[in-house]
Ligand binder design. Structure first.
Ligand code: SF4
Length: 66
């Protein structure tokens, strides 16, 4: 998710983040882990510096196939 501000911390590179755009065009980061684990807020307060649920996205997802 390279278009998100890196100052947002861990979430933009996390496997469990879901970007959400409001009707007014504001962008939010939603944590998909919140749906199944109450330890995680649905909309994390950024920047998230440390998170027990963080899993780095695979670089393969962002690399175009030749
Ligand atoms: S698991 Fe943690 S790092 Fe990943 S999206 Fe949720 S709050 Fe952000």
């Amino acid at each position: 998710m390279p278009d998100l501000d890196p100052r947002a911390g861990l979430c933009p590179s996390c496997l469990h983040v879901r970007p959400v755009t409001s009707a007014r065009g504001s962008r939010f980061l939603m944590c998909a882990r919140a749906a199944t684990d109450p330890r995680f807020p649905k909309y994390p307060r950024l920047p998230v510096i440390r998170c027990p649920g963080y899993e780095r996205q695979s670089q393969d997802r962002e690399t175009p196939q030749a």
